[in-house]
Design a protein. Structure first.
Ligand code: ATP
Ligand code: MG
Ligand code: ZN
Lengths: 206, 396
């Protein structure tokens, strides 16, 4: 691609770094911004910059937050003794969209996979164990993707919290939705949240 | 500890002898209709040396003839793709894309139990592979394995007899995976967990930090698939190995002291005990030293290892014995004969052996067979002499 302006070229290069954006799409987006008022575009970039600069992660559940505690954890109407364990923030958004879940979350930040260099220490597992002890959690619901690393993560955490009187369940995986949590439609996700299975039974049934 | 061919009274799986009536009905079936699994046509787009070409198959036996480099093996590989969703010869799908092109397409028309199916394998420009039967894409390719059972014999297969133990495990795994879908799923799980465990052991060695709780979890995860794989192999080999030996003697037509022995640490202790016992060793070696991934099929002639002492003819006989017994087993398990792909199998065989082999795979087996040969006259003559109905495709 040939550009008569290096300013334009730089902007296209930056947009093209975004996932799923090729050079052509990047050019289309940049040309769109070029047609906007200067103030509009300044507002746009300021919103993005501020988002990155000021965003925080919840001290309790590691979800995104405006302050030290996220709006979900701060909501006293939600059940405080129920924790849904997810891989990423995207999963929180997917489950919240179902409007069927009224407990809290814990964002692990990934799943255990030594092959990818991810061990328990790279995840928020220790914080989760501390939480369960402190918060007198009654049920831990795993909403991880149905694969071997997901199983490894569940068994590992289960081992770590054996001493506490907490029930461990998993959303009905595999049957309820094929594939990644974030792609599951709201109905199936809601249903699999309601039909959750105790982990022991889930393992034995495989 | 070993499980030798001499043990097996449980020969239940050895191919049953057919009664006279059954033979008659088989013969009648052969004349009137095609086998239960039959590839009627295949079309190839940008696949290896084929830019765009279609073939139709009308007879149970198809000879593929032509000079060197004309695409005989490539056509067999395309059929292999439709059975296994991948090449027999290369691990990388990209190698099968015609030079200068992006992506390929293989489409087959298959009749299976008298139903017509369309099987399509596409490699997209992006490098993504898709596989569908009757326009239903598989989300896991492994679910296709066993639908079109297939046995291939190719020139480089001698490594099965002369190569390392992984070659023989691969052979047994391919056979059992086609016969038992659960076996394949356990094999996939086992391999994935094993890779994780080996990575973890490596990170222990590199960082000096040892999270034993995580190692315990991976060990527990290995048990179910690992134990299943072992039990299945053991039960299967008890009858399979004597059957291979029998076939070998049939081919060799003289008594030879061939011994086939299944060796596995699991014959003595279960996997949990094996993993426990070898943990120190594993920590030291930074990889998993016990488990069914270490199983071996030992082959010897008299007191000597087969690969050291066997002649080329003996190696070839054993290779055929293994593959032909695989054919028998798949036929028994599936209830119909597998597809047979024979690539240049006549090399170094004398005329009477060629005739014997053809008799066995084309007449007795009653499945669909593809045979490549550079020598069209030779192939034709043998098939005519045996009165085997056939079609010849000449590539040039
Ligand atoms: N990706 C590819 N693109 C184009 N041509 C290819 C590709 N891969 C292989 N070929 C061509 O295919 C030919 C080899 O075909 P194949 O191995 O099927 O031959 P063959 O008929 O079995 O020969 P032989 O009798 O020697 O075994 C070679 O000429 C090679 O150049
Ligand atoms: Mg060839
Ligand atoms: Zn929170």
């Amino acid at each position: 691609m040939q550009f008569s302006s290096s300013l334009l070229e730089n902007a296209v290069t930056e947009f093209a770094k975004l996932p799923g954006i090729g050079k052509k799409t990047a050019l289309r987006l940049v040309l769109h911004l070029l047609r906007q008022e200067v103030g509009e575009v300044e507002h746009f970039s300021e919103v993005v910059a501020r988002m990155r600069r000021e965003i925080k992660f919840c001290n309790r559940c590691f979800n995104v937050a405006d302050g030290d505690i996220c709006s979900i954890c701060a909501n006293s109407m939600r059940r405080q003794d129920l924790i849904c364990v997810v891989e990423t923030i995207r999963d929180v958004i997917a489950i919240e969209s179902t409007q069927q879940y009224n407990g809290l979350y814990h964002v692990l930040g990934g799943i255990i996979s030594p092959l990818d260099g991810i061990g328990p220490d790279q995840l928020t597992i220790e914080a989760l164990v501390n939480r369960i002890q402190k918060e007198a959690t009654s049920e831990l619901i795993f909403a991880l993707n149905p694969n071997i690393q997901g199983d490894t993560t569940i068994y590992y955490i289960q081992k770590k919290i054996q001493a506490f009187p907490v029930q461990v369940t998993t959303i009905a995986r595999g049957i309820a939705f094929g594939g990644e949590l974030e792609y599951a439609d709201e109905m199936t996700l809601a249903r699999s949240l309601q039909n959750r299975l105790p982990v022991e039974r889930y393992v034995a049934g495989r | 500890m070993e499980l030798s061919t001499q043990i097996g009274p449980a020969l239940s799986r050895q191919p049953k002898r057919l009664s006279v009536q059954q033979l008659d009905s088989f013969a009648a079936g052969r004349l009137s209709c095609s086998p239960m699994l039959f590839f009627r046509a295949i079309s190839l787009l940008q696949f290896k040396n084929y830019t765009n070409r279609a073939f139709e198959f009308n007879e149970a036996v198809t000879g593929i003839c032509g000079n060197n480099g004309q695409g005989k093996t490539n056509l067999l590989d395309a059929l292999h793709y439709l059975c296994f969703t991948k090449s027999y010869f290369s691990r990388t799908d990209g190698h099968a894309v015609q030079e200068g092109q992006k992506g390929f397409r293989i489409e087959g028309r298959v009749s299976l139990n008298e139903k017509q199916e369309k099987a399509v394998c596409v490699l997209r420009e992006t490098g993504k592979k898709e596989f569908s039967v009757n326009d239903q894409p598989y989300d896991k390719f492994s679910h296709h394995i066993g639908r079109y059972p297939c046995v291939i014999i190719a020139p480089d297969d001698a490594v099965l007899v002369t190569g390392g133990s992984e070659e023989r495990r691969k052979f047994i795994d391919s056979l059992l995976s086609q016969a038992d879908a659960t076996y394949l799923q356990h094999l996939i799980s086992y391999t994935k967990i094993l890779q994780q465990r080996n990575s973890l052991l490596k990170s222990f060695a590199e960082t000096g930090q040892r999270n034993f709780a995580l190692l315990d979890v991976l060990d527990e995860q290995l048990l179910k698939p690992g134990q299943y794989i072992f039990e299945k192999r053991k039960d299967f080999l008890i009858s399979f190995l004597p059957a291979v030996r029998h076939t070998y003697h049939e081919i060799a037509q003289q008594p030879e002291d061939l011994r086939l022995v299944y060796e596995s640490q699991l014959l003595e202790n279960n996997l949990a005990e094996c993993l426990q016992a070898s943990r120190q060793k594993d920590l030291y070696a930074a990889r998993t030293t016990a488990g069914p991934h270490r199983d071996e099929l030992e082959i010897s002639l008299g007191a000597q290892p087969f690969k050291q002492i066997a002649s080329q003819g003996q190696r070839k006989s054993l290779l055929f014995a293994l593959k032909l017994t695989e054919m028998d087993v798949l036929k028994e398990e599936k209830g119909f004969p597998p597809l047979l792909l024979l690539d240049d199998v006549f090399e170094k065989l004398d005329e009477s052996r060629i005739s014997n082999l053809l008799q066995r795979v084309c007449r007795d087996n009653a499945g669909q067979v593809f045979i490549t040969d550079t020598n069209e006259e030779r192939l034709k003559k043998h098939l005519d002499d045996l009165a085997i109905a056939h079609q010849i495709i000449t590539l040039r």
